[in-house]
Design a protein around this ligand. Structure first.
Ligand code: GRF
Length: 201
């Protein structure tokens, strides 16, 4: 039986689409739901175009009711993937999905994590601090921003001439290359996968 995945995303959704497409061709897992706090998010169009059910919810629904949790339970979701999801994840959902919620962060945590550190803010900070490398971190989600156990990191070089936009493209390339495979590896518990050797934490 395939592992059942739900993706939470607030914006563009390039990672969500990449994950959906990857698992359409695999027999290990499938994406059943895409959930968003933003009814105008592009991720919803991307998901609908691939015939994936979408769910939108308000902050009140998310924090004050059990509607989102119940939807996840009704769909028998096994794993939750956060891909550009900007709200703090509620405790009751984390408790139901212990060690089954993972996030991708576009920097090498623990550096450049925490409140306000998302998207271009991170890449601008990397340029300002003249970092020579940056990368992606895939990690478990706990009650604190960006502090859950690290599962995987991949690095890319930052040149003195790189702008935040160029860094964003390099990060995007790493995300597209690795995120679905790391998810698959994790859910099939196969840390020895040679495609990822040297990167798994
Ligand atoms: C990605 O850079 C991801 O690392 C971060 O948010 C961004 C989402 O991009 N958490 P997209 O919406 O998947 O295009």
């Amino acid at each position: 039986m395939k592992t059942r995945i739900a993706i939470f995303a607030s914006g563009n959704g390039s990672n969500a689409e990449n994950i959906i497409r990857y698992f359409l061709k695999r027999d290990t897992a499938e994406v059943l739901l895409v959930l968003s706090n933003s009814p105008k998010a592009k991720v919803l169009e991307r998901a609908k175009a691939l015939n994936i059910s979408v769910v939108t919810f308000s902050k009140e629904d998310f924090y004050m009711s059990e509607s989102v949790l119940n939807r996840l339970l009704n769909e028998k979701i096994d794993w939750i993937i956060l891909a550009g999801f900007l709200l703090k994840f509620p405790e009751p959902i984390l408790q139901h999905f212990k060690n089954k919620v993972i996030n991708i962060h576009p920097a090498l945590l623990p550096k450049y994590g925490g409140k306000g550190m998302y998207g271009m803010n991170i890449h601008k900070a990397i340029v300002e601090k003249k970092e020579s490398e940056t990368g992606i971190t895939i990690h478990f989600v706990n009650e604190n921003y960006d502090e859950g156990k690290i599962i995987f990191q991949a690095k890319t070089e930052v040149l003195g001439t790189d702008t935040p936009e160029i860094i964003a493209k390099k990060i995007h390339t790493l995300e597209q290359q690795y995120f679905p495979k790391v998810i698959e590896n994790l859910i099939t518990e196969n840390p020895q996968d040679t495609r990822l050797r040297g990167h798994m934490q």
